[in-house]
Design a binder for this molecule. Structure first.
Ligand SMILES: [Zn+2]
Length: 410
């Protein structure tokens, strides 16, 4: 198949899936992610956030259709591959639609969308709260996977052309809501075994995991707790276990743009703002761990979704990251340009400055800021780096190359 343009991080939930208005009005306790986001955006001027709010009002097929049209304005005449991520928030907010129903709602919306061209693919990632393994088993998870269109067959997982729209190909984990993905942190030995069994299943079937990983996260826990659950060091501990190094992992947000800026010493120290920040999880400590994972493990990737391309210091930090890596500053291992993935985080970015073009939301604007940052990097052949991040790297993350040796489980 010709290389297609891949957005490895977007969402297609609407108010039927997450209680948006209720959370806006603070009627739902505990406040969930969207409520915190709304609060942090300071939604007072509803008009300013019209498009963001309307995304939650519209049916899935309408949002998907508009997103496809918007992406085509950014990258005309390309086949598109989207992997909408479903969030499993049910255990923290029972007013959220149960995740299996969210998945069927999404798959139905994909089927109804009339704006998909023949080569386009929309292949969901299923939301999963690991704490389900406390009361349930991995067999329960596999049932959920199979009943939700999850594809395990190695032959069909070889590439997008083998799959149908709506087929689920990966799993989304969101640790900030209250679980540590590192099995060694789990006290109950039985549950710890189930965590490990879950990851072994992902490895055996080469099923990719996209995991939320950035300094600033939204949850109902306090900042310390959230960072303890979300810090990439948890994934480092998992990948270091013998047999787990080949896990297909996308560290979403790559530790966070604020952390990248703080780490390079060009930005404020976020932990200093928040005196409760534990030193071990302080700002400036996330990106170095993410880099080490990308450079060490063959199937570890990181997406640049929700990156603040409206911030000069953030864009400069990203360019420096690519430049310094090429110069060997981060040591041997896989080049970072082969490990970064393009992702937008639509709709969460719709109200962000980097998504706006003369005050109007525009995917093209966000994408062009990203492309401009990569193309403006003082690295060799930046055009190739851009093509890698939008086509080749995500293809490798999502679909195991056939020639990949089976002995990578270091
Ligand atoms: Zn997201």
């Amino acid at each position: 198949m010709a290389a297609c343009f891949i957005d490895a991080h977007c969402h297609l939930f609407n108010f039927e899936d997450v209680p948006f208005y209720a959370t806006l009005r603070r009627k739902v306790k505990p406040i969930d992610t969207l409520g915190m986001l709304a609060a942090s955006l300071g939604i007072v001027n509803v008009d300013r956030f019209k498009t963001f709010i309307m995304f939650f009002e519209q049916p899935v097929q309408a949002n998907l259709g508009e997103l496809l049209v918007d992406i085509r304005k950014a990258v005309p005449e390309r086949e598109l591959l989207l992997t909408p991520l479903v969030m499993d928030f049910f255990t923290v907010n029972p007013q959220t639609k149960p995740v299996d129903l969210q998945v069927s709602h999404l798959r139905e919306g994909i089927t109804r969308c009339r704006d998909l061209c023949s080569g386009d693919r929309v292949l969901p990632f299923l939301g999963y709260d690991l704490r389900r393994l406390k009361d349930g088993t991995v067999a329960d998870f596999i049932r959920y996977w199979e009943n939700s269109g999850g594809v395990t067959s190695a032959e069909r997982r070889r590439g997008p052309e083998m799959l149908q729209n709506g087929d689920a190909i990966g799993i989304k984990l969101y640790p900030p809501i209250g679980f540590n993905p590192d099995p060694s942190k789990e006290r109950d030995p039985e549950v710890r075994m189930r965590y490990l069994e879950f990851y072994r299943w992902c490895i055996a079937h080469q099923v990719p995991l996209t995991v939320h990983c950035q300094y600033s996260s939204y949850s109902m826990h306090n900042g310390d707790r959230i960072r303890y659950y979300t810090h990439p060091v948890n994934w480092q501990k998992l990948l270091r276990r013998p047999g787990f190094g080949s896990l297909r992992l996308n560290l979403a947000h790559a530790g966070g743009w604020e952390d990248l800026v703080a780490w390079q010493g060009t930005g404020k120290n976020l932990a200093a703002e928040n005196a409760t920040g534990r030193p071990g999880y302080a700002s400036g400590t996330w990106v170095p761990v993410v880099i080490s994972l990308l450079k060490t493990y063959p199937n570890a990737y990181a997406d640049l979704s929700a990156f603040n391309f409206a911030s000069r210091s953030a864009c400069s930090a990203l360019r420096k990251l690519l430049e310094y890596d090429e110069r060997g500053r981060y040591g041997n291992g896989f080049p970072l340009r082969k490990k970064l993935l393009w992702g937008s985080d639509v709709p969460m970015v719709i109200a962000a400055g980097s998504y706006k073009e003369r005050g109007k939301p525009s995917y093209r604007n966000l994408y062009e800021r990203f492309a401009g940052t990569v193309l403006g990097s003082p690295i060799e052949n930046p055009e190739e780096a851009l093509a890698d991040m939008t086509e080749n790297n995500p293809l490798k993350f999502l679909f195991p190359p056939e020639e990949e040796p089976g002995s990578l489980s270091s």
